[in-house]
Design a protein. Structure first.
Length: 108
């Protein structure tokens, strides 16, 4: 079954500067939520985009605002390290990643 709807980075890139893109994103979020779907925004690069997406009700975010692309092994290590700390520094890239992800060890 479908449980998420992903918004393409093309709509996110000019979310701040183009009212049409913001309207489209708002409509996508509303439609997805009416269908009980989570909304994932792809290509979030700035904290300004993130703030707008949060205000529009987007549920999850992906993009360089949180972290550049990293190999899977490095990503798993990053999450393990974050669990060992009391919490990352506020507004750091790790904090933004930490706040949206939960690490689950692989099943044996």
């Amino acid at each position: 079954p479908i449980d998420k709807l992903k918004i393409d980075r093309g709509f996110i890139a000019e979310l701040i500067s183009r009212a049409d893109d913001a309207s489209i994103v708002r409509a996508i979020v509303s439609l997805a939520h009416s269908l009980r779907l989570k909304v994932v925004a792809e290509g979030v690069e700035t904290s300004e985009q993130l703030n707008v997406l949060r205000s529009l009700g987007c549920d999850q975010y992906q993009g360089f605002c949180f972290s550049p692309a990293v190999p899977a092994a490095q990503f798993a290590a990053l999450l393990r390290e974050s669990q060992q700390k009391t919490g990352p520094a506020p507004d750091s890239p790790l904090d933004r990643t930490y706040s949206k992800l939960a690490y689950r060890p692989p099943r044996a």
